[in-house]
Design a protein around this ligand. Structure first.
Ligand SMILES: [Zn+2]
Length: 377
């Protein structure tokens, strides 16, 4: 049986941000809380968005979103939301502010501890339609969180858990590539590789959903064709637009479920001793996971090669490592500063991660440990 769901509303194009005043009115939000991070504020993007509508010009701004969103930050933003009597959220940034806004939108309307809504702890049916409305404005091209049903949040005890519900999908995503023109090269590469990973992992997921697979392949083709251009010249408007579309497409296929790359990058992203960028982690992990999955994914690997115009004997793992090398990205977990001592705990956490179930080849803790070992280079 196939379950195919498309619910998202997206405004896409240069200059789309100008209509946000009318968008807020249409959704019924009069007192929004803006969620961003210090980098987005410093880049002037929050100010640009605030200029578009009176309700935003006077809105409170929560700018303390950590690189990997935490329960503490959700609670701090929630206090600001309540203090100002807010009735909705505008999330501006990469995946972190958007995921944080989803956490606030959830707790603003649902009682109890955040943990009780985690997917892995049976929280999915506890999340109802009363979630506060969120408008997501991505400023990177990668996360897909603007159209995704999940928020990844690290709890106070260090577990990085997924909160998943169709009710967490932002009411509206405004994808305006203009906002990504100033994104630094390394972040363009890292977030772009996150989009590439979403397209590959959702395509490989065994869940039946042909429309999503077609979207994933198209997103992958777009990303691969434009990521080097966007990294080399951030002002390349066509490359920026295509990367934003690829990221959106990666997000539209999340309903198929991700795989072993994300099962590993989620707990790695929750490490307290070292702060690791999600997209960079995925880029480093991808080759080892592609090798592990190969026995159970031959037909789909052949389709990926055809879609990308690669020779039929291309080793996808090597090809991807060469791509990230040209993008100037780190080539191993050691180069990212990850200590080898984390391998057993991360391997155990990966088996329990919600993304593990849709990997094309079943992976045990020992398999995950071996994939990690291979990724240390
Ligand atoms: Zn991701």
């Amino acid at each position: 049986m196939a379950l195919i769901t498309y619910l998202t509303t997206v405004k896409f194009g240069f200059g789309e941000i100008a209509g946000i005043g009318a968008d807020l009115t249409a959704i019924g939000v009069t007192r929004p809380l803006i969620i961003a991070d210090k980098g987005i504020v410093a880049a002037g993007i929050v100010g640009t968005v605030q200029k578009q509508a009176a309700a935003l010009a006077s809105a409170p701004v929560f700018e303390d979103t950590p690189t990997n969103p935490t329960e503490e930050a959700v609670l701090a933003a929630l206090a600001l939301y309540r203090q100002h009597g807010c009735d909705g959220l505008v999330a501006i940034g990469g995946g972190s502010p958007i995921d944080l806004a989803k956490g606030v939108a959830l707790l603003a309307t649902h009682d109890g501890a955040l943990e009780s809504y985690a997917a892995i702890l049976g929280g999915i049916p506890r999340i109802t339609a009363s979630v506060a409305p969120v408008i997501a404005i991505p400023t990177t091209s990668g996360t897909g969180s603007e159209v995704g049903r999940a928020a990844l949040i690290t709890l106070t005890d260090g577990r990085k858990l997924g909160f998943i519900s169709p009710h967490l999908i932002p009411r509206l995503a405004i994808c305006d590539p203009e906002l990504t023109l100033g994104l630094p090269a390394w972040l363009t590469a890292a977030t772009g590789m996150d989009a590439v990973t979403h397209c590959i992992e959702t395509y490989l997921s065994p869940r039946e959903n042909p429309p999503a697979e077609a979207i994933a392949l198209d997103g992958l083709k777009r990303a691969v064709a434009h990521i080097e251009r966007a990294v080399k010249d951030g002002s390349d408007r066509e490359a920026r637009k295509e990367m934003m579309m690829a990221a959106l497409q990666g997000g539209m296929t999340f309903q198929k479920g991700l795989g072993a790359v994300h099962a590993l990058s989620h707990p790695l992203g929750g490490l307290k001793e070292v702060s690791l960028h999600h997209g960079t982690l995925n880029a480093v992990l991808l080759p080892a996971i592609l090798r592990f999955n190969a026995p159970d994914a031959q037909a789909k690997y052949a389709e990926i090669r055809r879609t990308l115009g690669l020779a039929p004997d291309t080793d996808l793992a090597i090809w991807l490592a060469e791509l990230t090398g040209r993008l100037g990205m780190p080539q191993s977990l050691s180069a990212m500063g990850v200590p080898r001592s984390v391998i057993p705990a991360i391997a155990e956490a990966a088996v329990k991660d919600h993304s593990s179930a849709t990997n094309p080849r079943a992976a045990t803790a020992a398999d995950y440990a071996a994939m990690l070992e291979a990724s240390f280079g």
